[in-house]
Ligand binder design. Structure first.
Ligand SMILES: [Zn+2]
Length: 100
C-alpha cells in the first residue's frame, strides 16, 4: 500500500503538479477577475450609499424626487425640473430680462 502510493506519487507527481500549477493559475486568474469585479461592485455600492446619504435625487428646493431621466442626463442635478426652470427663469429674467 505504501509502496504503491509512493510509486503512484512518483509517477503522477510531475504531471499532476504541472496540471495543478496550470489550474491554479487559471483559478487564480478567475479569482482575481472575480475579486476585481466584486471590488467594483463594492465601490459602486459605497458610492450609492454615499449619494443616498446626501439625499441624492431629491430636489434641494422643494424636496421632491428629481426625475430619473433628468438624473441620467445630469447626475449632479440638485434641483427638480420645475425648480430648475424657476431658478433659470429667475436668473435669465434678472440677467437679461428675456422671457421664453
Ligand atoms: Zn424642486
Amino acid at each position: 500500500m505504501l509502496v504503491a502510493l509512493r510509486e503512484f506519487q512518483e509517477e503522477s507527481d510531475p504531471l499532476a503538479s504541472r496540471r495543478d500549477f496550470r489550474s491554479e493559475g487559471e483559478s487564480y486568474a478567475i479569482e482575481r477577475a472575480r475579486r476585481s469585479s466584486e471590488a467594483q461592485l463594492v465601490a459602486v455600492r459605497a458610492a450609492l450609499e454615499r449619494v443616498q446619504g446626501r439625499a441624492y435625487g431629491i430636489c434641494a428646493d422643494c424636496g421632491n424626487a428629481i426625475d430619473e431621466r433628468r438624473l441620467k442626463l445630469i447626475p449632479e442635478a440638485t434641483l427638480c425640473m420645475s425648480c430648475q426652470w424657476k431658478a433659470e427663469g429667475a436668473r435669465s429674467m434678472r440677467s437679461s430680462g428675456r422671457r421664453n
